[in-house]
Design a protein around this ligand. Structure first.
Ligand code: C2E
Ligand code: MG
Ligand code: MG
Length: 658
């Protein structure tokens, strides 16, 4: 990835630290909410302090009335003194239960016709509005457009009355300080009616107004902040998606984007397929022109593909030289033609170069399918296309079966090991000259509870890819060591038995020690254990293989190279590896086309191995002619169906020792 792209991604990541944003937003909101609640509390406490003071005055005047009603002079005096104390009311009158006036005290007279204060007779106003209900309301008041009534000692609001119809507040200092209240007294048909004001002192009023204002301000701020935060988060999400979905090599879309494509949003009456396309020999291209040019080429391929796509079709760069394309198609031929046209365009984009592409296609059968599964299937088809050099391969039922089988094997393997479903079979190796059983190879068989006998070809390659082969090989080595130890104890004349060591083992640094410790558990002399290595391990990591082989040899194990001549045999590996035995691959003896040529190669290989002091085993020998030919070539051992197939342990024992 170029450093320019790197920096860009880092910048975006820095800007999009969502966790940090959310944390600072939450703390900001907390400050505002705590502030808001504090100010609201301030305002309410100021207000209620005023109300409590006022209520105390009201109770006093009712008490004075109850005590002094019969003594008008005393009553007059007491009310005057209460009003002089700067009580919460400025006028007092007494009304009967019909709100008809009985008596009046106070500075302002006459109260009932005081149009200036009320615009109306308050008794009428009270009655009209149905406010005076002794059974419920003992006092009531107005705060802006809410009427407060004291009901059983509590302040509750009765909504729906318009303040303006009752009182005009315009001449008051503090808006909510005036109300008319009718209180019942203990005297029959006598009620106190006061022109009442909440006594908020200047500080309380200031505190109330400030608290209310600050609270409103903070509420507004909260809304603004919330709005801004949402706006920010939408932007952030977009940017985050951009990072998550951007491919760092091509600058286009990546695998995550492709996997998240909502299939349900595709056109309803159209067919779609996912194609996984691989630019073959990308590694060679990079070796020749450098990684930078390689990445540039991938970028060109990406944008070239994009130009071929229609609405709702998508492309993404997966990894290395693999791309995924979602395509709409009418029939297979038409789709293949489109893909070939795309490939032709890639070639045009880089004049003078010829690129080859393999494609695996998987048709989307249901919109409910998971894109990851669809893409995996396209990948399986692609791997077939790559292996067969076939260009375009469609995912089919056989591949599906294979996939299902693979899953089944993976589900059952651990259990199988515990239950000893893996059984050792032994295939004898016969000496060419005496035609006597001289050695054997341990070959695994899976006796499955459901499928019965499974041959290794059906599960070993799966174990090799998922790593389970390490456990299986250890198991086989342990079983062979156990058998050899048992036979040794029984006084039988042992023959060397070889076990296969998969190339996966060579990633272990201490492989030689590991093998040694297993064999030593059973105290089997090392010369009776042979280890068959596949030649391909030599190409993975030459150094490790070499040092492991040397160590194993120094511990006294016999080492053979299995399947020599199959695949990429290298005479070099013969020269470098201190091997004891070479196993000629069965393929040498199967070429019916040109037996002479094959025999010539076999003869020369045997001669070469002999010169290097190695033993030779020929595998897959099925006929007498082959045996005779090998005897003539001085081949040491023969392993093949001509002498014996792989045998269960009991049968092998019979054949070896009678
Ligand atoms: P291999 O190690 O090359 O084993 C020889 C294979 O050739 C065996 O196949 C054997 O049954 C077969 N064979 C021997 N003589 C003849 C013959 O005359 N004609 C024919 N047609 N076949 C013959 P098998 O047992 O199916 O094993 C296949 C491969 O699976 C083995 O090839 C080996 O690579 C692998 N394998 C088997 N058991 C194990 C194991 O325990 N661990 C590992 N890592 N691989 C194993
Ligand atoms: Mg073998
Ligand atoms: Mg072999």
């Amino acid at each position: 990835m170029s450093s320019k792209k790197n920096n860009k991604v880092e910048r975006i990541i820095k800007r999009n630290n969502v966790g940090k944003n959310i944390r600072s937003f939450i703390s900001g909101m907390l400050v505002l909410v705590v502030g808001g609640v504090t100010f609201l509390f301030m305002a309410l406490s100021a207000f209620y302090t005023g109300i409590i003071n006022s209520d105390r005055d009201m109770k006093k005047i009712v008490a004075i009335t109850n005590e002094n009603w019969e003594n008008q002079a005393a009553l007059d005096k007491q009310i005057a003194s209460l009003m002089a104390e700067n009580a919460s009311f400025t006028q007092v009158l007494y009304v009967d239960d019909d709100l008809e006036p009985i008596l009046m005290y106070g500075e302002r007279k006459p109260v009932f016709s005081d149009e200036e204060a009320f615009g109306k007779n308050p008794a009428e106003v009270l009655r009209e509005n149905g406010m005076f209900r002794e059974e419920v309301v003992t006092s009531f008041g107005l705060i802006e457009d809410t009427i407060f009534a004291e009901i059983k000692g509590l302040f509750e609001s009765i909504n729906g009355y318009e303040s303006k119809t009752l009182f005009d507040w315009s001449d008051t200092d503090v808006k909510m300080d005036v109300k008319w209240i009718v209180y019942k007294t203990d005297i029959e048909n006598v009620n106190v009616c006061v022109y009442y004001k909440y006594t908020l002192n200047k500080l309380q009023a200031a505190q109330y107004n400030f608290g209310r204002f600050a609270f409103m301000l903070l509420v507004i701020l909260c809304f603004i902040l919330l709005f801004l935060f949402n706006l920010l988060m939408v932007r952030r999400r977009r940017l985050t998606n951009k990072i998550v979905y951007t491919d760092s090599v091509t600058g286009g879309k990546n695998r995550e984007y492709f996997l998240d494509i909502p299939l349900k949003k595709l056109k309803r009456n159209a067919q779609y397929a996912v194609a996984q396309i691989r630019f073959e020999k990308y590694r060679n291209y990079c070796t020749a022109y450098g990684l930078k040019q390689g990445e540039k080429l991938l970028e060109t391929i990406y944008y070239c593909t994009k130009e071929h796509l229609h609405w709702k079709e998508k492309v993404a760069h997966l990894e290395k030289a693999d791309f995924a394309i979602l395509l709409e198609y009418k029939d297979r031929q038409q789709l293949e033609k489109r893909l070939k046209n795309m490939a032709a365009d890639f070639n045009k984009a880089k004049q003078g170069q010829h690129f080859t592409f393999s494609v695996g296609i998987n048709p989307i059968l249901s919109r409910k399918d998971d894109m990851a599964d669809i893409l995996t299937a396209a990948g399986i088809a692609l791997s077939k296309a790559g292996k067969q050099n076939a260009g375009i391969v469609w995912f089919n039922d056989a591949m599906k079966e294979e996939q299902i089988w693979e899953r089944r094997v993976e589900d059952d393997m651990e259990k199988a090991l515990i239950n000893h479903e893996f059984q050792v079979y032994l295939q004898p190796k016969y000496s060419t000259k005496k035609e006597e059983l001289a050695a054997a190879e341990a070959l695994v068989r899976w006796i499955h509870p459901e499928f019965d006998f499974i041959s290794p070809g059906k599960f070993i390659p799966i174990f090799e890819t998922n790593g389970f082969i390490l456990k299986l090989d250890d198991y086989m080595l342990r079983e062979i060591s156990r058998l050899q130890a048992q036979w040794l104890k029984e006084g039988k004349k042992l023959v060397p038995i070889s076990v296969n060591v998969s190339r996966a083992h060579f990633s272990m640094d201490d492989l030689a020690e590991h093998i040694c410790s297993i064999v030593d558990e059973y105290k089997v002399p090392h010369e009776y254990i042979e280890l068959e290595l596949t030649e391909s391990a030599f190409f993975d990591d030459k150094e490790t293989l070499l040092s492991t082989v040397k160590k194993l040899k120094s511990y006294g194990f016999r080492i053979s190279m299995d399947d020599f001549g199959a695949g990429y045999s290298s005479l070099n590996s013969l020269k470098e590896l201190p091997l004891d035995i070479i196993k000629l691959d069965a393929e040498f003896f199967r070429s019916i086309d040109d037996v002479d040529r094959a025999n010539a190669i076999v003869g020369d290989t045997i001669a070469l191995a002999k010169k290097l002091g190695m033993e030779i085993v020929a595998e897959g020998i099925e006929t007498r002619d082959q045996v005779d030919f090998l005897a003539g070539q001085d081949c040491d051992l023969i392993q093949g169906f001509y002498f014996a197939k792989p045998l269960p342990v009991a049968e092998f024992t019979k054949r070896a020792w009678g």
